[in-house]
Design a protein around this ligand. Sequence first.
Ligand code: G3P
Ligand code: MG
Length: 347
Amino acid sequence: GSPITPPEDAEIVANSFAFAFDIDGVLIRGGRVIPEAIQAMKVLNGENEYGIRIPYIFLTNGGGKSEAERCNDLSKQLEVEISPAQFICGHTPMSEMASKHNTVLVVGGEGEKCRHVAQSYGFKDVVTPGDIIKTDSATTPFRKLTPEEHKNSKTRDFSNVAIEAVFVFADSRDWAGDLQIILDLAMSKGGRIGTRSEAFDEGPPIYFSHNDVVWSAAHDHVRLGMGALRGIVEYTFKEVTKGKTLETFAFGKPQIGTFEFATRLLKRWRKNAHKLNAPPETVYFVGDTPESDIRGTNNYNERAENDWYSILVKTGVYQDGTEPAYKPRATVHSVLDAVNHGIEREM
Ligand code: G3P
Ligand code: MG
């Protein structure tokens, strides 16, 4: 059919296609906006030769603050209003786990932010590594809490507490201390701090909000990400248990569940923000990391009811002149080229 809907509120909206954007390495790098991203948002919002607005969502593996706070930052950086209703970060799908566990350990991020995010998701009893260190400072021999951390952390009697799951919400600020505490729980009897299982097979499940070994930050070369910590946790568990295997779980891209979550969000967003009811025929996914963005989009495309079309940009993890481990449908320089590529294919 026609790629555009009839004018509504003097606005023409593309109904047959939509965009989904990765953030780090595509729109933002090292906390600063990639200049072409500002123009790309303008093009999506009608500054194109057809005068159409094109629906879009954001799907980042990053995290560490609430969706509302992150969208506030992004709105300023991209010079366009961005709603949490069009945004998914690495830990967003963890909200669906809140009713499954009572007491959980939440790892990563600045200060108390991730505790607060977890509580806002409905997790009832959230423990942080700081609580465990404040209760027993011998837990991490070289890690002393700062005065601020000491003030915010809560001592408690852990003897009757079972930590039912571990959630790594955002990048660890103290890999050694967090590694020690995660391993202590993985080796424990049913998540009870200070205990040791004989067979090392009764620890709580451990979830990471994504599995990116590297990501694109301010440095010229990629920086280590949460997937590296995940690998270290699994490797070290094997070492300290003399050969047992620890299976941990990752959310985020490239997991199919994350793309399914994105499909539901995009459906709601198109309906509520653009009054579009039928699903788009094509979703253009723009990313910089072959292992998570391109792999995830291509895999999901095999089972999705519409076409998920992967576009790789050269402003982040992927380096021009190399062979990406997962092949995109198109490779372009920047996010602006990606948006123009999608529009040209459609119109
Ligand atoms: O820690 C964030 C990073 O691994 C990736 O973020 O936006 O590229 O998915 P993004
Ligand atoms: Mg990225």
